[in-house]
Each structure stands twice: as structure tokens, then as C-alpha cells.
Ligand binder design. Sequence first.
Ligand code: NDP
Length: 477
Amino acid sequence: TKAQIGVTGLAVMGRNLARNFARNGYTVALHNRTASRTHQLVEEFGEEGIFVPAGTAEEFVAALERPRRLVIMVKAGEATDAVIQEFAPLLESGDMIIDGGNAHFADTRRREKELREKGIHFVGTGISGGEEGALHGPSIMPGGSVESYASLGPMLEKISAKAKDGAPCVTHVGPDGAGHFVKMVHNGIEYADMQLIGEAYQLLRDVAGYSPARIADIFRSWNEGRLDSYLIEITAEVLSHVDAATGEPFVDIVQDQAEQKGTGRWTVQIALDLGVPVSGIAEAVFARSLSGHADLRAASRHLAGPSALALPESEAAAFADRVEQALYASKIVSYTQGFHEIAAGSETYDWDIDSGAVARIWRGGCIIRAAFLDRITAAYEAEPGLVSLLSDKEFADEIAAAQDDWRAVLVAATIQGVPTPGFAAALAYYDALRAERLPAALTQGQRDFFGAHTYRRTDREGSFHTLWGGDRSEVEA
Ligand code: NDP
């Protein structure tokens, strides 16, 4: 019998994805550039299902039923192109190449177009959930053609995570690069979520004066409420972990320089191109890069801090409650920004992405999975054309209820000198959106003054210029 699906690239992700397909009853062809990985998989996990190991690209392709479904799980970038070049000549019209790596959506658009000309469906697919997700059920974000989804969808639905209501965490996101675009924004939101959690931790530590173990308990209690999410859950685990070698809290013995692989940066770069304000995500990316500048930080240690007094212990518990409000409100804002970017990408590239469906498939399997996503789905279901998540009445009401505490937390952070760029950017976004007038009017005046860039008036149509160097009369531009 032929394999229904094949996986090439059997490092952590590909290996677990192949096992997941096999455990779900599919016959899975296996291939890897270095053959030892293929053998190792069969040796260690061969009894989990039916695997067809292949030593060469030709054997691999020959092992697949037609139309072929070939999953690539290799290092994103040049390796993906190399693998496509190796396999494409061996494929026939109607076959499908599924790229499950973290590809840039622009690469996916290029590859899809090239392969489409050969009659091959290229399905750029975002996969989230890390190693464990790949094995037990990830959140899957496939792009590509409608026909390819008709063939692949049922298989992906089977291996995907299931939300609490049983719905599979996969949907056909849209044509060509739509899946990888949505995965990119998922990761950008993940950066923002992690940054906000980090700020909450730092405030509980420095302002409330709590120990990591105590803060772990607070996160555990938050995880029982509206912040219920994978990232809050693992935060409690990390904070309560004690380093075996020193007996110190684990979080105190890890170097405080955050690394990144690039998807957060892409989210911000693309947002700049699309003109979408994703200030919370941008601050999260910048916070990681700032943390990594060890020299700059060492050279800045002498800089003066505030002379404010620490919070009295009697006020710490109330402060912790306020931090929960600030975290939740800021989280609403970062999702608002991320979904705005998805809508803008969808509009620009004509993808027709269903934002509610995206929220639905992020409810399970992926890193940002959270009870909160149900609420976003509900908001888009109630109003499919929702301009902004903040326009949803329930979210607006929740932020309204949280805002006094949110502001108080930022006041405390400022007075105590605790950096909270994520909380602050989120609040500034909120305040800017609700402002009656923005200083952008002054900006327009300045632009017209130095560059005759013209401005529009509030009281009538048209473009105008003021003769700043002359008698300051106004002319129609
Ligand atoms: P890696 O990104 O570490 O890639 C290793 C795999 O790529 C190996 O199978 C390797 O083959 C293969 N490879 C590298 N270069 C080439 C090449 N030129 N030609 C052929 N094969 C090549 O593996 P991961 O499993 O971590 O990730 C796979 C993909 O999934 C990546 O795109 C990653 O971004 C994405 N991803 C990863 C997640 C994670 O949590 N790790 C989560 C979601 C997505 P060989 O054994 O011969 O070296």
C-alpha cells in the first residue's frame, strides 16, 4: 500500500508530525537529507503506526499515493528552496507540497506561484505548538488553494489540536501566503503576551516585593480566571522552579538576555509596510533586543533611578490585583493590534481571511492558546465586519472597568522606575484611539510649514497650503 502522506525533514518538528499522522492511522512515508534520522525514527517509534522509510527522493515520491501529499519540515529559508528544487521535478500535476516550516509569507507567495505554473499545489502552512504540539495536536494554519484544502483538510483536522468544544484547530486560512502570514502574526502576538507577562512579573517582584515562588502562586490563581492560558500556566511553572545546583530560584540564575528567531521582527516589519500600528508587539521585539545589548546595559548602570519609597507591604496584595487588570487590558490591546494586521494583510493580498475562524483555531494547540480566544471568536461572530476588537462592546466594557487600575499600575511603575513598555504602549494606543483630537493636526501644520505638504480642513473638502513665508494666507492646493 502507498503512503497517504510523506514527511521530509525529520528533526524535532517533522519527526513528531510524522508520528502524529501515523498514530492517527495514516501510512506515512519518511525522508530526511541525513538518512540516520529516518532510521532512528522507525527504530524508536516504528510500532506507533505504518511508516515507509525512503532513502532517496525518488523512493520517497514513489512511496506516495496520488495525488501526492508531501510535507516539508526543514529549516526555513534556503533549505526549503533546496528541498523544493529536489522534489518538484519528480512530482506531477495535482500533487501537493505542504511547507510546515516558519517561512516568510512573501517566500511562500513566490513558491506558490512558481509551483502553480507547474500544476503543483504549494500549501504554505503555519504550525504552532512546538515539539509537543506537533506530536499531540498543533494549531494548523494552511494557506494555498481551495482544492488542496479539500484533499488535506480532513487529515489536518484529524492530527490537529481540538478546542474545548471539540472543534479542530485548523481552517483553510486563505490563498498562497495567508497561512504563513497568520502564523507570523500569531508569533508576534506571542511576543507581546510574553512581554506583558514579563512586565507583570517584574512589577510583582520590584513594586510588591514578592518572591518568585509567591509570584508563581499569583499566576496560578490568575490562570483560574479570565487570563487562563498556556503562557500563564508555564510562567507559574518556570517561576516556581528552583535551580538544583544553587538552590536559587531558576529565574535568578538565567541570563536576562532574550533571544529571538525572527517571526516577531517580521510581524513588526510587515506592519510598518502595511501602516498598521502594532506598538505593543514592536515594544516586545525591542524589549528583547534591548535586553541583549549587554555592553549598552553595563555602560548605563550608573544612571540615576527614582528616590521613591517601596510600596508598604499592606498594599502589595491590592497592587497585585491591579496588575492583573493592567495585564488583561494590555492583552486585549495586543490582540486588537494583531488582528488589525491580519485584516490589513488580508485586504492587501486579497486573502479574504475570516478573523473569527483564526481566533477559533488558536484556542487549542498553539502557544497563545487561551480561554480569551473564545471571546474574540464570539466578538467576530457577533459582528463579522468588526473594525477593531475594541469596538466590541464586551471588550470595551472590560477595558473600561480595568482602566483605573491599569493607569495606577503605570503610575507606580513610573514612580518606581520599573520599565513597562508593553503596558505603556497598550495604554497609549487605547488613549489615542479614544481621543477626540490628536496632535496629528499640529504635525500636518509643521509638514505644511517646512515642506508645503498641504493639509485637509475639518470644515470643508480639498487640500490646502498656507503661505508660511509670505502673508500666511491660505491657498487651495
Ligand atoms: P530545524 O529548523 O532545526 O531543521 C532541521 C531539519 O532541516 C533537518 O531535518 C535537516 O536535515 C533539514 N535541513 C536543513 N538544511 C537542509 C537542506 N539544505 N536540505 C535538506 N534538508 C535540510 O528543525 P525543526 O524541527 O526545529 O523545525 C522544522 C521547521 O519547523 C522549521 O522551519 C521551523 O522554523 C519550524 N517550526 C519549528 C517549531 C519548533 O518549536 N521547533 C515550531 C513551529 C515551526 P539534516 O538532518 O540532514 O540536517
